[in-house]
Design a protein around this ligand. Sequence first.
Ligand code: T3D
Length: 234
Amino acid sequence: MDAPLVLTDAKPGYRVLTLNRPQRLNAFTEAMHDALDAAISDAERDRACGALLITGAGRAFSSGQDLAERIGPDGAVIVPGEALERYYNPLVRKLRDLPFPVVAAVNGAAAGAGCNIALACDIVLAARPATFTQAFARIGLIPDSGGTWRLPRLVGRARARGLALTAEPLSAETAESWGLIWKCVEDNDLLPQAHALCARFAAAPTHALALTKQALDAAEENDLAAQLDLERRL
Ligand code: T3D
């Protein structure tokens, strides 16, 4: 029997989802998208779930879209126009809308959509050897999965352009110093720290954390007056 494409582990108060195609650096296939979507929906339905931890099996977090799935019979690369709307965009929206915090434990390379999915999580912890790469420019694409929206907001115009236009990998240490991620930690500390955070969130008032996520997301668009109103309302 084939191994599950996403491993689910239910811990007290939170769930761990592990992208599980290590031989392809956890590249996303349509089947892995379906498995991840189902696992996230299960977590969302579980009233006892107060946080989600997402990580990758093996030496990478995710290398983005599985490029082998995009090679047509004549060897040409096909990028179906609907792929983003069908898989990546719903995933990003779903992560943002979850009513509890999502922690990404980036254990190794996070490239292409794999990078932007990690950055769509609420808290990004990365192991020191991890890298963040907007790999798109190398293969004639533009950053997707929210990259063009999120990067300038996280690291500013100059760094966003540098990352997106050069497709150079960024070390976890620099990612932390630029404010792209929450923390870079030693390799051995990554999962223990990610679990500790999720356990802390699971013990916290979940609804308040959900509304905090909502307010911080709205702040990306609101002026101060609108944000003060929103804070009062929430
Ligand atoms: O079509 C749509 O749906 C549009 C959406 C697009 C979203 C995207 O994500 S586009 C961007 C796709 N991703 C990339 O372009 C990244 C490709 N991978 C890499 O640049 C490198 O693999 C890494 C920097 C991530 C890691 O490099 P390294 O040297 O540590 O590992 P490697 O040797 O390159 O990879 C190991 C194996 O994984 C290798 O296979 P092999 O030779 O052992 O049989 C490699 O081909 C495979 N692999 C890595 N990434 C992918 C992949 N196979 C398929 N798709 C991948 N994305």
